[in-house]
Write a protein that binds this ligand. Sequence first.
Ligand code: GLU
Length: 502
Amino acid sequence: MAQVRVRFAPSPTGPLHIGGVRTALYNYLFARKNKGTFILRIEDTDQARFVEGAEEYIFAALKWCGIEIDEGVNEGGDYGPYRQSERKEIYRQYAEMLIDRGYAYYAFDTAEELDKLRTDSEKKGETFIYNALNRDRFKNSVSLSDTEWHARLNAGEPYVIRFKMPADEEIHFDDLIRGHISVNTSTLDDKVLFKSDGMPTYHLANIVDDHLMKISHVIRGEEWLPSLPLHFMLYRSFGWTPPLFAHLPLLLKPDGKGKLSKRDGDKMGFPVFPLYWPYGEKARGFREDGYYPEAFVNMLALLGWNPGTDQEIFSMEELIEAFSIEKVGKSGSHFDPEKAKWFNHQYLQRKSNRELALEFREILRAKGYHVDIVNLETVVGLVKERVSFVKDMWNEADFFFKAPETYDQEVVRKRWKNNTSSLVTELKTVLHDIQSFTPEETEKVVRSWISEKKINAGEVMTPFRLLIVGALRGPGIFDIIGWIGKEETIRRIEKGISAIAK
Ligand code: GLU
């Protein structure tokens, strides 16, 4: 394979959607796998859609994911500038080159005129098209006499440059994922390449830049597949060898069909953006929801690509090693918020107790609890299996830090018998006499007391947990009391008995 050079080419029109992050990721994996170069190009030629903050968001999101850029706006490189608005001067000469060669023309139709024609066609139930079939009915350098269109140009009349799509030609090209594609050019529009504001359109700028930046493979979302015939024609008209194309399947809604949208996330309570978006219509982010970037990247990699084995957990290095375009599917992938949580759960289990304790300590501090890190490691070790996010640890571990204020009334009604108070009072004395108050020792002593008394373990252990935790939840009771200590255990038993007696 020739030198691999791929690019991620987002437009800064809002927060980068997870579909965009996946495109960036696949480009990155492909570049690394093939010892190639990963380029970030900002496509900001549509000034009307430019959104403040969107560019910084792109940089931050890729960074959070661990996607490293080799050439780009901030990194520099031999093929810059990497922001299209700074390449403005380059595009006009290419548009004019196409005119000179007869592959493009000037068009003077105003937006109002075109709008009217579009509405008229729609009224008749027809789709409006501007191409070889009706080009001569519009005001352009093909239909007007040479003297007239020159006069218009010289008078400074606003114009656009359109591509001159040939009439009725069957064109053929390939996509690495979709396979062979053929299209008849009479179904295609004479797309605008250069706008009256002096800016190129996406199509022209994208092709020129991919060529000048020596892009070898264009890996992008399926929403660009309809543009591929035009892009193919542009390469042909310039006389350039096109890169290889791979159009990635769409990311679909969890239920039913259709593209995953921000609204689905809002409705069903999951993020569809990597990071929180703080401007205008705010949006939640995977990062702020407590996802680890490794888990997020792992989840995203498997939305559309499959390794061909059962392996599900991949580090970035393993993804690079295993990735190939051949294993990217054709059909859309359903985004599954539960599976996303599952990935985070897996990554959380793999974190050391120290790392988790450091994270959890922040949450506890905010609640006013200051706990020694070594003791906290024990707590997170006991509850981590039950959570997918560190922020959920509080709900699973609150009773380590504070005595219950209420007691599950349902349990009290069903399990607190006439003799329960005297049983747990006796248990209190048993616990009081234990010298080394470790989980192992307390368990041994309590179990042998239960068997001496010839009672059912549940008769005493259920009320015991209720007194310590306030409900029937949490990890092993001996682990809990070992952590809170003898004094606190006894205090909770006494407090609970009198609270329940009332
Ligand atoms: N600027 C386009 C976008 O926002 C790039 C499409 C492409 O990769 O060609 O997705």
